[in-house]
Design a protein around this ligand. Structure first.
Ligand code: NAP
Length: 266
């Protein structure tokens, strides 16, 4: 089996990476950064986001596993002292694969029907670079609201514990193929109105944002942020693609939520 490692690049993560490469190679696995079948991410959830984007062109052939060298993560739930155990399980292929939904983001530009498509593991956000964001929100080809405020965030179920949670969104179990739209500081008064609550949309629904003001927008896809010029519309849907995680033991999602946000035994 071929493997690759993504490190957060701090001292501890790099030391663990060297150890893991040595152990896995001793067990007959081949280090291959181009076509790995399993990718170990050593660092935090942010490190796994980087690994995901590095290998997003071959998700069907890649399974991810995360080791955290800081606090417990949602994508990084192994601790450094378990590395030997993990290596043995990988070499014996003693794992099952679980899949989480992803978000597809398509940005359509005003010129010559050009568009760009991205995949998000956590979320995509839209903000206006200078002024209040004003966007028409369309759900399944039907006008829903005119949003005015700081921005909008569309998250995946596994991303619901990240930025989405800070915006007051619900935590969604990653077995549900859905996406969630949350508001950032919407303007609500006698003149302007938004729904003022997070919306959870199923896989067969589409959400299209059409600019009313501006044509340039800051759009994030996970940790990546770009200024998009001359935007005609931004479409969100649950992707047909999924991210695959190697699961070696049960660590229920709600236990991870409770350990991360309420009380941890670590
Ligand atoms: P960062 O600003 O360095 O770190 C953001 C934090 O979010 C880190 O503590 C990271 O965990 C954590 N995180 C990432 N994915 C998560 C998930 N699915 N569930 C719970 N926590 C998660 O940025 P980054 O490391 O490049 O990560 C980019 C992410 O930051 C974005 O996708 C967005 O979700 C998040 N973000 C959050 C806020 C907010 O909460 N107000 C604002 C902007 C961006 P680790 O420490 O384990 O890496």
């Amino acid at each position: 089996m071929k493997f690759a490692i993504q490190s957060r690049n701090d001292e501890l993560s790099n030391k663990l990476m060297d150890e893991a490469i040595e152990y896995l190679t001793d067990f007959g696995l081949i280090y291959d950064e181009v076509k790995p079948e399993i990718v170990l991410s050593i660092g935090g959830d942010g490190t796994l986001l980087h690994a995901f984007h590095k290998y997003q062109h071959r998700l069907k052939e890649t399974a991810f596993v995360g080791i955290h060298t800081g606090h417990l993560g949602f994508y990084a739930d192994w601790i450094p002292s378990e590395i030997e155990k993990l290596v043995i399980s990988i070499s014996r292929k003693e794992f099952e694969v679980i899949e989480y939904p992803l978000l597809e983001v398509t940005i359509n530009y005003q010129h010559m029907d050009q568009s760009a498509t991205y995949l998000a593991l956590n979320e995509s956000t839209v903000k206006s670079p200078e002024v209040t964001l004003v966007m028409d929100v369309e759900l399944n080809n039907s006008h829903f609201e005119r949003f005015r405020g700081d921005g909008l965030c569309m998250s995946t179920p596994s991303g619901s514990t990240a930025y989405n949670k800070a915006l007051g969104g619900a935590i969604i179990h990653p077995s549900l193929p859905a996406m969630q739209l949350t508001e950032m500081a919407s303007i609500n008064n006698r003149v302007f109105r938004t729904v003022g609550a997070p919306l959870v949309l199923p896989a067969h629904h589409r959400c299209v944002l059409t600019p009313v003001k501006g044509p340039d927008f800051m759009v994030t896809v996970d940790h990546l942020q770009l200024l998009h010029k001359d935007v005609k519309s931004i479409q969100y849907r649950v992707s047909d693609e999924k991210v695959r995680f190697a699961r070696f033991r049960t660590f229920p999602f709600w236990k991870r939520v409770s350990d991360s946000f309420i009380d941890s035994d670590e």
